[in-house]
Design a protein around this ligand. Structure first.
Ligand SMILES: [Zn+2]
Ligand SMILES: [Zn+2]
Length: 94
């Protein structure tokens, strides 16, 4: 997936991915399916160090991903920074 792809950016936007808006909008079915698939992967393999696919298309060890409190999706660090609205450096600077 092209990281500058509009759909990709849209998927990471904070406002449109809250659980409330996701429930009633068909266009977010893709996200729901993605999160469900991540949960299935986590449930299926009881061991640590299994990998999971981030929305950017790359696979990451689950322990190295970050789960959103609101939508439940797991992200790699780079995608999480976009989804959560700030980088770690920006957070540390506060
Ligand atoms: Zn990612
Ligand atoms: Zn989220």
């Amino acid at each position: 997936m092209n990281r500058l792809d509009n759909e990709y950016i849209k998927r990471l936007e904070w406002k449109i991915v809250t659980s409330e808006t996701m429930e009633d909008k068909a266009e977010y079915a893709d996200k729901r399916n993605h999160v469900r698939k991540q949960i299935e992967v986590i449930a299926a393999v009881p061991k640590n160090w299994k990998t999971i696919q981030c929305v950017c298309g790359r696979n990451f060890v689950i322990e190295n991903t970050f789960r959103c409190l609101y939508c439940g999706e797991r992200f790699c660090e780079k995608c999480a920074e976009i989804h959560f609205g700030q980088t770690r450096e920006e957070y540390d600077a506060k």
